[in-house]
Design a protein around this ligand. Structure first.
Ligand code: DGL
Length: 257
C-alpha cells in the first residue's frame, strides 16, 4: 500500500523537509491513496507527501466549522515546513467545506475532490442515480448546489454512510471486510422510481474505490460506479506549474496520531 515508504509519525514531519516542491496529498486516512495512485499515473516522477490525518478520522462525523478550522491550520503548518508545489485535498468531506478558505490563504494551487454529480448526470440512462458519501458530505450546501446546477431533473438517492470509510481502512490494513455491514450501508443507493432504477453510483468518498470489488459482489443489481480520482489527477496537472514539482525523491507517508 505504501509502496516502499513506511508510515512516519506526524511529529517528525515538522522536524525537517528533505525538499520543497512535493505535492501534498491530504485525507483523514488511507482513502486519499485512491487519488494518489492516479496522480502517480499522470505524474510518475513527482515526489508526493501523503498526510493521513488518522488522529482526526473520521472527518465525516465532525462539526463543519471545527473541521474547516482544523484542516486549514494543518495545511498551513505543514506547508510552512515543506513548501509544497500544490495541495490536493483528497477527501470529499473536507473539500466540500474548505476549498474556498484554503485557496484564500495558500499561494500554491489547491485541488479538491467533490462528488462526481456532473459526470453521473451525463452517464445515467435511467435518470436515477445515487451519491454514496459520508454523512458530512451529503449534508453540505456544496453537494446540494452541485445537484441544483447539474442534475435538477434527476432522481438522486443521497446516502450518508456511517461506517464505510472504516471498512476501507480495515481492508487496507489487511482485515476482512464485513460484507453484511457493507450491504447495509449501500442498499439505500438501490432505488426504483417510476419504473426506472439506479444505474450509477457516485463514489463520493475517496475511501470507497477500495471497496468497489466487494460492493459489486453484494450489489442487488449491476451499476456503474463513478470514481472521480482520474479527473482530480488531470485537474492537478492542469493547474500546477511543472517546474515547481520536486522529482527524484521517494514518496513520503505521514500519519497523525
Ligand atoms: N476519505 C474521506 C472522503 O472523501 C473521508 C472519510 C472520513 O474521514 O469520514 O470523504
Amino acid at each position: 500500500m505504501l509502496t516502499g515508504s513506511p508510515a512516519i509519525p506526524f511529529q517528525q514531519m515538522h522536524m525537517q523537509a528533505d525538499t520543497s516542491g512535493r505535492v501534498l496529498v491530504l485525507d483523514s486516512g488511507v482513502g486519499g491513496l485512491s487519488v494518489q495512485r492516479e496522480i502517480k499515473r499522470m505524474l510518475p516522477d513527482a515526489a508526493l507527501l501523503y498526510l493521513a490525518d488518522r488522529a482526526a478520522f473520521p472527518y465525516g462525523d465532525w462539526d463543519a466549522a471545527a473541521l474547516r478550522e482544523h484542516i486549514c491550520a494543518l495545511v498551513v503548518s505543514v506547508s510552512e515546513v515543506w513548501q509544497p508545489s500544490a495541495v490536493v485535498i483528497a477527501c470529499n468531506t473536507a473539500s466540500t467545506l474548505v476549498l474556498k478558505s484554503l485557496r484564500e490563504i495558500m499561494s500554491v494551487p489547491v485541488v479538491g475532490t467533490v462528488p462526481a454529480i456532473k459526470p453521473a448526470a451525463s452517464q445515467t440512462q435511467s435518470g436515477v442515480f445515487a451519491v454514496l458519501a459520508t454523512p458530512g458530505t451529503v449534508k453540505r450546501d456544496y453537494t446540494q448546489d452541485l445537484i441544483i446546477e447539474f442534475a435538477p431533473e434527476h432522481h438522486i438517492a443521497l446516502v450518508g454512510a456511517t461506517g464505510l470509510a472504516a471498512l476501507a481502512e480495515d481492508k487496507l490494513a489487511g482485515r476482512v471486510v464485513d460484507l453484511d455491514r457493507l450491504l447495509q450501508e449501500i442498499v439505500p443507493c438501490f432505488v426504483e422510481k417510476d419504473g426506472q432504477r439506479t444505474d450509477c453510483i457516485v463514489l463520493g468518498c475517496t475511501h470507497y474505490p477500495f471497496l468497489q470489488e466487494e460492493m459489486e459482489q453484494v450489489a442487488p443489481w449491476p451499476v456503474t460506479w463513478i470514481d472521480p480520482a482520474p479527473a482530480i489527477a488531470k485537474r492537478l496537472v492542469q493547474v500546477v506549474e511543472p517546474e515547481t514539482i520536486a522529482t527524484g525523491f521517494e514518496d513520503l507517508f505521514f500519519l497523525t496520531s
